[in-house]
Design a protein around this ligand. Structure first.
Ligand code: UDP
Length: 207
């Protein structure tokens, strides 16, 4: 059962980072596609103008607050989210999850070459991770089925979709029934950071 709070009509899970990781682990045990989105204040506002996006966010299996703004809003509304669960941190922490075997990720999105560079950095830092495949995020509609096929043939457990918000949320929603992965996560600019192309702001500013 999900324990959610409603902020501007969007149901956000009342979870800590540790609980979000436990949920992710449990999704890997189930034989169906799960979706995780990590909206920040900007996407929460975009969802006010875009009912389709709001519906997509509300259809997630796990929706966590990326950013202090959403946590602050929860305090003002007295529904108190326990803490910020940033998408980038969730993904990074998931690389250290213990599951008895290597978890397979597919890195999809960002400019050509970025996912491959992120793959190399991830493999150098985390021993429980396998990168089953990579594909950049600048594709034409005709390429889409080929990419989905590539993802499915890779045998990936977790698909990281880095197309920027809200493009990635819409892509996941519209294609999830064709995917054979266990979990899809919309990760924004995370591959840019993991590849070393972009530096994350210091924790002080992020807070
Ligand atoms: N991107 C992509 N395809 C597109 C548009 C964007 O792969 O058609 C990638 C872009 O290269 C970048 C990421 O999506 O790596 C968006 O990052 P940004 O930080 O702008 O996203 P946000 O975190 O704001 O959602």
């Amino acid at each position: 059962m999900r324990n959610t709070v409603e902020i501007l009509g969007v149901k956000i899970d009342k979870v800590t980072m540790k609980e979000a990781l436990e949920k992710l682990q449990s999704f890997l045990q189930e034989d169906r596609v799960h979706t995780i989105y990590t909206p920040n204040s900007e996407i929460m506002m975009a969802a006010q103008r875009d009912e389709y996006l709001k519906g997509i966010l509300n259809s997630a299996d796990l929706l966590v607050a990326d950013g202090a703004g959403v946590v602050l809003a929860s305090r003002i509304l007295k529904v108190n989210l326990p803490e910020k669960v940033a998408g980038f941190d969730l993904v990074k922490n998931s690389f250290s999850m213990e599951s008895g075997k290597k978890i397979k990720y597919f890195l999809f999105g960002s400019e050509p070459g970025t996912a491959e560079a992120a793959k190399e950095k991830i493999l150098n830092s985390y021993e429980n991770v396998e990168i089953a495949g990579c594909h950049h995020g600048y594709f034409s509609p005709e390429d889409e089925n080929k990419i989905i096929d590539m993802i499915n043939r890779s045998g990936a457990d977790i698909l990281l979709v880095a197309l920027g918000a809200p493009k990635q949320e819409k892509w996941i929603y519209e294609n999830k029934d064709k995917l054979k992965v266990k979990v899809c996560i919309g990760v924004g600019g995370s591959l840019d950071v993991l590849s070393g192309k972009v530096k994350l702001a210091p924790e002080f500013f992020r807070r």
